[in-house]
Design a protein around this ligand. Structure first.
Ligand SMILES: O=P(O)(O)OC[C@H]1O[C@](O)(CO)[C@@H](O)[C@@H]1O
Length: 535
């Protein structure tokens, strides 16, 4: 493939389609939703409201072939060194049992870790492993940040039940208010703390872990009993044992699992503790099934590949700068935050794998929140603002046990918004509205909405462990396929690393006030102001 900024024929199609509309495409082909949809066991993608026709779809599918997306995915799950700057594979799929025979060297470690996790979960749920006074654990606090927080936090919220074995809590921010607020209502005697840090060097996590230990100690947990209340998940056993967590209380992680892809590993312990081992296994199974189907399906039937091709089309050709994810489920309220790290930390890059500048736009900004709440804040911009965006609506068909009237209204809102984003309100209708309000025609523009905002619907039966596993895996693979279309490495994050490094330097300057001349004057002035305020 030449490194052209964009493919000329797709550019021509984009020009043509931008002068048309999704509504016109539906008028010409009322059954297009039957063709422009794709199913897996647990998910359905309806992309008929995207601004594309069969010609464009054909060319996008050809691109999948040119970029050898299927082969690249096989390489990924087979343990090829996809992370070129860190010379590592990215084998999160192995954690859920995909391509075991391709990765014989790592299988035993994964199995042993799962066994160790399961034993812990069983012992805690059976009341065999208790707090220092012999009380059953009632609460589990996960301390971690980024991938060591967002995935498990999202899944725990999604699977929350009234009568669950343990209640899960999360502390991520180094802002002391986060820890103080989370721990305040908890009983230290019945609380288990999991320190999740792949590197065991992340400042926020280590600071919070120390503070959580002090909280336990000040509640009377003797130093020799702390090991019963604090466990760790990390690749860095040495740092964890230096911190005071015995090796046998550490659950392993490996450098071949990226932080933002790690919820399937022991980083997911909090999920199993909250929702049970079976739920955790089902989560892995849903993701594994999605992996299998991504490995075997032709591009036209390959749900994450289609999602990536659509994002590529929307970003590069229809010039959408942002992608809004709108889950119509309060259970999925943390999904967007989780996908932000997944997609923007993976594909928010400006160079290709080779180190050359990326010749085109890379990842769009991802944002959004659970519907219907956003309808009463930022949807106004979606309907009448001037920004160009694409969107995913996530809808569930049946939520057993929830109020059916409210549930129906939720879905009605999702479908209404999707339809309005597609159709908008025509100038004629807007004019009639202006007139009916006794206003001159000149006021028409206030009521008109362009519509024609490309978006997909991701539909699942309900938010359950299996469908959730599949949903997250679908976004993971979409992210990977997009990286391959863009030619970038999805598995490093050098921008974040720089921030961590400079943060440590400035922390030292806040402590001792030394070396301020090395800073820019504005930053130095704020360091001085902070030191004065805290003198
Ligand atoms: O698990 P660790 O090593 O504490 O890192 C936490 C997070 O920090 C990052 O490096 C940057 O945010 C993420 O990739 C990672 O998930």
């Amino acid at each position: 493939m030449p490194d052209s900024v964009t493919e000329p024929s797709l550019n021509k199609h984009a020009h043509r389609l931008l002068a048309s509309s999704v509504a016109a495409l539906f008028a010409a082909d009322p059954k297009r939703h039957e063709q422009l949809s794709c199913r897996t066991e647990t998910l359905m993608l309806d992309y008929s409201k995207q601004l594309l026709d069969y010609e464009v779809l054909g060319e996008l599918l050809d691109l999948a072939g040119h970029h050898k997306l299927g082969a690249a995915f096989f390489e990924l799950v087979s343990g090829a060194q996809m992370n070129v700057t860190e010379a590592r594979p990215a084998l999160h799929t192995l954690l859920r049992g995909t391509a075991r025979s391709e990765n014989p060297d790592f299988v035993a470690a994964v199995d042993a870790c799962l066994d160790k996790m399961q034993s812990l979960v069983r012992a805690i749920h059976a009341g065999e492993r208790c707090g220092h006074r012999g009380d059953r654990f009632t609460d589990v606090v996960n301390i971690g940040i980024g991938g060591s927080d967002l995935g498990p936090r999202m899944v725990c919220r999604a699977l929350e039940q009234r009568d669950q074995p343990l209640n899960a809590h999360f502390i991520a921010n180094v802002d002391p208010n986060d820890l103080d607020t989370v721990l305040a209502p908890l009983n230290p005697d019945t609380t288990l703390v999991i320190v999740c840090s792949k590197s065991f060097t992340t400042e926020e996590t280590l600071t919070n872990a120390l503070r959580a230990r002090s909280w336990l100690a000040s509640a009377g947990v003797a130093e020799c009993d702390i090991h019963n209340h604090v466990i760790a998940v990390t690749t860095n056993l040495e740092a964890a044992s230096h911190f005071g967590i015995d090796r046998d209380q550490c659950y392993p992680l490996w450098d071949w699992v990226g932080g933002r892809y790690s919820l399937w590993s022991a980083i997911g312990l909090v999920i199993a503790l909250q929702s049970g081992w079976t739920a955790f296994e089902q989560l892995l199974e849903g993701a594994r099934q999605l992996d299998e189907c991504t490995l075997s399906a032709a591009p036209i039937d390959n749900l994450p590949m289609l999602m990536a091709l659509l994002e590529y089309w929307n970003t590069l050709y229809l010039h959408r700068d942002t992608h809004v994810v709108l889950p119509y489920s309060q259970r999925l309220e943390h999904l967007t935050a989780c996908l932000q790290q997944l997609t923007m930390e993976s594909n928010g890059k400006r160079v290709k794998e080779s180190g050359e500048p990326a010749p085109q736009r890379t990842a769009p900004v991802l944002w959004g929140s659970a519907g219907t709440i956003g309808q009463h804040s930022y949807y106004q911009l979606l309907h009448q603002g001037m920004r160009q965006f694409s969107a995913d609506f996530i809808i569930t068909l049946k939520e057993p046990g929830s109020d059916s009237d409210a549930q129906r209204k939720l879905v009605a809102n999702a479908l209404a918004q999707s339809r309005t984003l597609m159709l908008g309100r025509s100038d004629e209708e807007a004019q009639q509205l202006a007139i009916s309000r006794g206003q001159p025609k000149a006021m028409t523009g206030h009521y008109a909405m362009p519509g024609n905002h490309p978006h997909s619907l991701l539909i699942m039966d309900s938010v359950n462990p299996k469908s959730l596993g599949a949903l997250v895996a679908a976004y993971e693979h979409k992210t990977f396929f997009l990286s391959k279309l863009l030619g970038i490495n999805a598995f490093d994050q050098w921008g974040v690393e720089l921030g961590k490094q400079i943060g440590q330097q400035i922390n030292q300057m806040l402590i001792d006030g030394q070396g301020l001349d090395d800073l820019d004057p504005a930053t130095a002035a704020t360091v001085t102001a902070w030191r004065d305020a805290n003198a």
